[in-house]
Design a protein around this ligand. Structure first.
Ligand code: ZN
Length: 263
C-alpha cells in the first residue's frame, strides 16, 4: 500500500473540524465530487471555515490523512449520529471526471480500507457509505459507475490475499472472472493491474493449452461418400445422418447420390 502522508489539522481548527474524541466503529466511504488531488483536498479542508471534515483523501498516487483516527470528523450528514461520531471518513478523489485517475484512486482507497479493517480487526460489514447515514448520493461515482458490491469486492481482494501474480490473474480471466473485452480491461485496470501483461499471459496460455488443430483432410466428394455409404461404412438411418453431418458433410446431397446410384 502507499505510505500514508499525515498532515496535522491546524490546532486552531480542531474545535471546528474534529471536536470530539472518537472510538471508531466503522469506515465511511465518500467521493469528493471534485477533481482536486488528495493533498489539495486535505489542505482545503484544513484551512476553510466550514466544519466539513474527513480523515483521509486518496488519489491515484497518494493517501493523505488530515484528521487523527481518535477524533471525529463531519462528513456523513447525520449530525451527532454514528456516521459522524464513529466513522473513519475516506474521500476518493477525482470522482467529478472519473477515468483512470479515479479508478486508481478507488483502488488505493480500497486498499487503505482493507488495511484499516485489519488494523481494527473488523469484518467487511464495517465498510459503509455516506448514503447509509443521510440522503446524499455519495460515493456517487463508485455507486453509479462501478456499483457498491464492486468496491466491497475490491476491499475483500486486498484482505484475502496478497497482490495476485499475472499468472493468477490470467487463470482468473480464463475462468471468466474478469469479463470480456473492454469490461475486462476496465476491471483489471481499476483493480490496479497491468491489463496488457495479463492479456498477454492469457493469450500465451490459451495458445499453449488449445488442442492442436485437427489436420485438415481433403474432403471427400459426394460420389465417394455415396459409394462408402453403399458399402456400409456410414451405418444406416439416423446414425448415418448423424455421422455424415458430424464429419462436416451434406447428408441430403450424399443420400440423394446414394439413391441415384442404387436405382
Ligand atoms: Zn460523502
Amino acid at each position: 500500500m502507499l505510505k500514508i502522508e499525515k498532515i496535522a489539522c491546524p490546532t486552531d481548527h480542531i474545535a471546528l473540524k474534529c471536536p470530539y474524541a472518537m472510538k471508531p466503529t466503522r469506515i465511511v466511504i465518500h467521493n469528493t465530487a471534485n477533481d482536486a488531488t488528495a493533498q489539495n483536498e486535505i489542505a482545503y479542508m484544513h484551512r476553510n471555515i466550514s466544519e466539513t471534515s474527513f480523515h483521509f483523501a486518496v488519489d491515484d498516487r497518494s493517501i493523505v490523512q488530515g484528521i487523527e483516527l481518535n477524533r471525529n470528523a463531519w462528513h456523513a450528514g447525520d449530525g451527532n449520529g454514528i456516521g459522524n461520531r464513529q466513522g473513519i471518513a475516506i474521500e476518493i478523489c477525482y470522482s467529478k471526471s472519473g477515468g483512470t485517475r479515479f479508478a486508481a484512486a478507488q483502488k488505493n482507497a480500497a486498499e487503505l480500507t482493507a488495511e484499516l479493517l485489519k488494523k481494527y480487526g473488523w469484518g467487511i460489514d464495517r465498510v459503509t457509505k455516506h448514503e447509509d447515514y443521510s440522503g446524499k448520493h455519495c460515493p456517487h461515482r463508485t455507486l453509479d459507475e462501478y456499483g457498491w458490491s464492486y468496491f466491497i469486492g475490491l476491499v475483500q481482494s486486498f484482505m484475502n490475499e496478497p497482490e495476485k501474480t499475472v499468472d493468477d490473474l490470467a487463470n482468473e480471466v480464463i475462468k471468466g472472472l474478469w469479463g470480456n473485452g473492454a469490461t475486462r480491461k476496465q476491471k483489471l485496470t481499476a483493480a490496479g493491474y497491468d491489463y496488457a501483461a495479463v492479456q498477454k499471459k492469457v493469450d500465451e496460455k490459451l495458445g499453449k493449452t488449445a488442442k492442436p488443430k485437427a489436420t485438415v483432410t481433403a474432403k471427400k466428394t459426394v460420389d465417394t461418400l455415396a459409394r462408402e455409404v453403399i458399402k456400409g461404412l456410414w451405418g444406416n438411418g439416423n446414425a448415418r445422418k448423424q455421422k455424415l453431418t458430424a464429419a462436416g458433410y451434406d447428408y441430403a446431397a450424399v443420400q440423394k447420390r446414394v439413391n441415384a446410384l442404387l436405382k
